[in-house]
Design a protein around this ligand. Structure first.
Ligand code: ASP
Ligand code: MG
Length: 590
C-alpha cells in the first residue's frame, strides 16, 4: 500500500480547531486507501516561547537542556493530534523522535540525522494506524534528546518519506506554494507549479522561508518529491522535484536579501593561504559569507570582498582583524546600506544572454551595480538598499517571471524505489553527511580583467553586450568595488575566445576611461560539486586549506549551494584537481 507523509507546521496546528482540521485531512487520505504518517510541529509560536523562557533563566543555556526543553513543543502537538484522529473515529499513535528511532549525532540544537529505523513505523501502519511523528527531534547514541535546528520538522518529514519510500511528501503550511519571488515584496509574484531542488536550495538560502534548506538537500539526495501546499485549501501547491517548471525559461525565481553588509579586505598578501586565514577566522564565528570575490592582485597584494548579513558585521570585522595580524598587511573597509538581488535558474547554465539581460535591466532603471558574482545557476548583484525594491521589480519583469510558461515539464519524476541511495550514503557520514559528487577541472579557461571601471550604471551591461555580440560565451563574472568611484570587472571565457575578449575589453576600456586590461591566458577552473556544500560550513575552508598546503594561489572564487568554483593559474590545474580529490576523498562518491 502506498504511504503518504503529511507534515503540518506550527501555524497549521496553532489551536484545537486547526488540529482537528489537519486530522481530517489525514483521515480523508487514509480513507482513499493510503497509509498515513503525519509529522507535526510545535503549536503556533510555542518553540519561540520556550526559547524566550530559557533565556530569562540563563542567557546561555546548556545546549543539551535546550533540546530537552524544545522537544516538548512537538510532544504536545503529536499527543493532541492523536486525540483528534481518535475523535474522528480512526486509530492513531503518536511517537517521539526517540520512539521512532531517529538517530542523530550529538550536535545539540542542530543535530544531523544518521539513520532511521522503519520497523516500528511499518508495523503500526500495517496495523491500520495513522502514525503521528514529532517533528524536529531525534536521539543520539547516549539516548540524549536532540533537535535538528529551527524549522527542522520539514527535514523529519522528508527523511521519513525517504526511508519509507513514500509516494508523496506533503508539506502543509500557511502559504499556498513557492513563488517566483516573495509575494509580500512584489504582488505580481507568481506561484510556480514545480521548482527544481537546486533552485529551491538557492532560494531557501536567500531567505525564502517556505522550506528548510536541509530538507531540500535531503529530498535531492534521496529523490523525494515534495508537495508544498496550503493547510486550509485543497488546491495544488508547488512540487519540488528534480526538474524545473519549464526548460524554456532560464530563470525560475528571484530573491532580495535586504540587510547585507559589504566587506572589503584590502592590501592582503597575494599568496597561498590568505583566503584561508581570513575565512577560517570568520567560520569560527559561525558566520555565513556570500559573494566572495577575490580579484586578481597587483603589486603582490590582493583585495578580497564578500558580503555578510548586516547583523554579523561587527563580529566579522573582529575576526578579520585577527587574520590580518597574522598576515602582516591589509586593512578592512565595510559598508552597510546595501542589498543583494539574485536570480536563480537551472536553465541559465545552457542559455546565453542571461546575465547581460540583468545588467541591462538595471542600467535602464538607472541602478548602479556595486558587485557581481555568478555561478552556474545563480547571478547575484549588490545594489544600494534604497534601490533594491525597484531593482527586484524590474528584474522580475525582465525575465517575465509573472507569466506562466507556455510549456511546462511537470514530469512525474521517477522515484528511486530500489533505494540504492539509502544504502550507499548511510555508509558515509550518516544520511545528512556532506556528499561530493564531482571534483572537476576545466583547463580551457582564460581570465580577462578590466580594472578601474567607472562605478556607474550601465557599465557591466555594455561590456557583456559587446562580448555577447562577438559570440563569446562568458562563464564566471565577478565585479568588485575598488573604492574611489571605481570597480574591477573580471570574467572567464574559453581560451579560443581570449584574443577576441581582450580586444573588446581594450576597446571598451579606452572608450570608458578605465584602467588596464589584463588577462590570464593560463587559468584553470576547479569545481567541487555536491550536496551540503553550504549547510556543511567548512567546505570552502577545506578547499582553501588544501590549495594553500599545495602552495596554489587562488585568483577567483565563487560559491553556490551546490558548487564551489575556484580559478587558479593554469599550470596548477592538474595538481589542484589532485589535491582537491584527496581533500574530499572521504565524501567523494565514485
Ligand atoms: N518547532 C520547531 C521550530 O519552531 C520546528 C519546526 O517548526 O519545524 O523551529
Ligand atoms: Mg517551519
Amino acid at each position: 500500500m502506498s504511504i503518504i507523509v503529511q507534515k503540518f507546521g506550527g501555524t497549521s496546528v496553532a489551536d484545537s480547531e486547526k488540529i482537528l482540521s489537519a486530522a481530517r485531512k489525514a483521515v480523508a487520505a487514509q480513507k482513499q486507501g493510503h497509509q498515513i504518517v503525519m509529522v507535526v510541529s510545535a503549536m503556533g509560536k510555542n518553540t519561540d516561547m520556550l526559547v524566550e523562557l530559557a533565556r530569562q533563566i540563563n542567557s546561555s543555556p546548556p545546549a543539551r537542556e535546550m533540546d530537552m526543553l524544545l522537544s516538548t513543543g512537538e510532544q504536545v502537538s503529536v499527543a493532541l493530534m492523536a486525540m483528534a484522529i481518535d475523535s474522528l473515529g480512526s486509530q492513531a499513535v503518536s511517537l517521539t523522535g526517540a520512539q521512532i528511532g531517529i538517530k542523530t549525532d550529538s550536535t545539540h540544537t542542530k543535530a544531523r540525522i544518521l539513520s532511521i529505523s522503519t520497523d516500528r513505523l511499518h508495523g503500526l501502519l500495517d496495523a491500520g494506524k495513522i502514525v503521528i511523528a514529532a517533528g524536529f527531534q531525534g536521539i543520539d547514541e547516549d539516548f540524549n534528546i536532540t533537535t535538528l535546528g529551527r524549522g527542522g520538522s520539514d527535514l523529519t518529514a522528508v527523511a521519513l518519506a525517504a526511508v519509507l519510500s513514500a509516494e508523496a511528501c506533503e508539506i502543509y503550511t500557511d502559504v499556498d506554494g513557492v513563488y517566483t519571488t516573495d509575494p509580500r515584496l512584489l504582488p505580481e509574484a507568481r506561484k510556480v507549479l514545480q521548482i527544481s531542488y537546486d533552485e529551491m536550495l538557492e532560494l531557501a538560502s536567500l531567505g525564502a522561508g517556505v522550506l528548510h534548506s536541509r530538507s531540500v538537500e535531503f529530498a535531492k539526495r534521496y529523490n523525494v518529491p515534495i508537495h508544498v501546499r496550503h493547510s486550509f485549501s485543497d488546491q495544488t501547491g508547488t512540487r519540488v522535484a528534480a526538474d524545473p517548471e519549464t526548460s524554456s525559461q532560464a530563470v525560475g525565481g528571484a530573491a532580495l536579501t535586504k540587510n547585507e553588509a559589504l566587506v572589503t579586505v584590502k592590501g592582503v598578501p597575494d599568496r597561498p593561504g590568505t583566503s584561508l586565514a581570513i575565512f577560517s577566522k570568520i567560520a569560527q564565528e559561525h558566520i555565513t559569507v556570500d559573494m566572495i570575490i577575490q580579484n586578481v592582485g597587483a603589486d603582490g597584494k590582493a583585495n578580497i570582498s564578500f558580503t555578510v548579513l548586516g547583523d554579523d558585521l561587527a563580529t566579522t570585522r573582529g575576526a578579520i582583524e585577527r587574520a590580518l595580524a597574522e598576515l602582516g598587511s591589509g586593512h578592512i573597509e565595510s559598508s552597510t546600506g546595501v542589498a543583494k538581488i539574485s536570480v536563480v535558474g537551472l536553465g541559465m547554465a545552457e542559455q546565453t544572454g542571461v546575465a547581460d539581460r540583468m545588467f541591462r535591466t538595471l542600467a535602464s532603471a538607472g541602478i548602479n551595480i556595486l558587485m557581481i558574482t555568478t555561478s552556474e545557476i545563480k547571478i547575484s548583484v549588490l545594489v544600494d538598499r534604497e534601490q533594491a525594491q525597484e531593482a527586484l521589480r524590474t528584474i522580475h519583469a525582465a525575465y517575465e517571471l509573472d507569466k506562466a510558461p507556455t510549456t511546462t515539464v511537470l514530469s512525474e519524476t521517477e522515484r528511486r524505489r530500489d533505494s540504492d541511495a539509502l544504502t550507499v550514503f548511510t555508509d558515509l557520514a550518516g544520511m545528512e553527511g556532506l556528499r561530493v559528487d564531482r571534483v572537476l577541472l576545466d583547463a580551457n579557461q582564460a581570465r580577462i580583467t578590466i580594472s578601474q571601471i567607472p562605478d556607474k550604471p550601465g557599465v557591466a551591461a555594455l561590456v557583456f553586450e559587446k562580448v555577447a555580440a562577438e559570440g563569446i560565451f562568458v562563464d564566471m563574472i565577478v565585479q568588485s568595488y575598488s573604492g574611489g568611484g571605481r570597480a574591477d570587472l573580471s570574467f572567464t571565457a574559453t581560451r579560443e575566445n581570449l584574443a577576441d575578449s581582450v580586444r573588446v575589453a581594450k576597446q571598451l576600456a579606452t572608450e570608458m576611461g578605465c584602467g588596464e586590461v589584463t588577462s590570464g591566458t593560463e587559468v584553470a577552473k576547479l569545481s567541487v560539486a555536491g550536496i551540503g556544500m553550504r549547510s556543511h560550513t567548512g567546505v570552502a575552508i577545506r578547499i582553501f586549506q588544501a590549495l594553500s598546503t599545495a602552495g596554489i594561489n587562488i585568483e577567483m572564487v565563487n560559491t553556490s549551494e551546490v558548487r564551489v568554483n575556484i580559478v587558479v593559474a593554469g599550470t596548477c590545474g592538474e595538481e589542484g584537481l589532485q589535491c582537491l580529490q584527496d581533500a574530499f576523498a572521504d565524501v567523494l562518491v565514485r
